[in-house]
Design a protein around this ligand. Structure first.
Ligand SMILES: C[S@@+](CC[C@H](N)C(=O)[O-])C[C@H]1O[C@@H](n2cnc3c(N)ncnc32)[C@H](O)[C@@H]1O
Length: 170
């Protein structure tokens, strides 16, 4: 009982600290999304961060060809987007960014490569969000990436398909 209460309070403090730190992101200037799909989340990110430039990456392979057209149409109205059709494994770097949202291929080698790029590209006070942490491979990739990174903090949000939030400790 005591352990659970302690765990609950510690988790609550962590969430509170995280929210306060994220509030510093209202000045977000650059967003990256790996895995655009039809750009529904891109639209949310662009609307939430009205001063930010959005860089999106997707290979829209196989059955996803119509998604590319849908994404490009949805983002047409914004003149602050850079869309790149590419397999994220081919990327050598991300531009510097304040918010990096990883939601493309969820298998280990992709998540690991994207985290390596994101770790280098993330600006001070920025955050990385990894979606679909309920996939064991995705969760394990994040855990493995964090092993030698004591300067990073991590929160597992078990809401919906589950999110991993990563940020540099202050
Ligand atoms: C789950 S959907 C993304 C959903 C989107 N982030 C959202 O929140 O609306 C995954 C996307 O990743 C793309 N994708 C999958 N593997 C990829 C890869 N290796 N490189 C680039 N994009 C990839 C797919 O084409 C698909 O559009």
């Amino acid at each position: 009982m005591f352990d659970n209460k302690e765990e609950h309070h510690s988790s609550h403090r962590k969430i509170l600290k995280f929210l306060v730190e994220v509030s510093q992101l209202t000045n977000c200037k650059t967003i990256i999304e790996a895995g655009i799909s039809t750009a529904r989340s891109a639209e949310v990110l662009l609307n939430t961060c009205p001063d930010a430039h959005y860089y999106g990456y997707d290979n829209w392979e196989g059955d996803n060809v119509d998604m590319e057209a849908a994404a490009r149409t949805r983002l047409e109205a914004y003149n602050r987007t850079t869309i790149t059709k590419i397999d994220t494994l081919e990327l050598k770097e991300f531009p510097e960014a304040d918010l990096i949202y990883l939601d493309a291929d969820h298998s280990t080698k992709y998540v690991t490569n994207e985290l390596n790029l994101a770790g280098k590209a993330l600006r001070k006070n920025g955050i990385i969000i990894v979606h679909d942490l309920f996939f064991p491979e995705t969760f394990k990739a994040v855990q493995a990436w964090l092993v030698d990174k004591s300067e990073w903090d991590f929160m597992h949000m078990k809401i919906g398909m589950e999110y991993g939030i990563l940020w540099r400790k202050k």
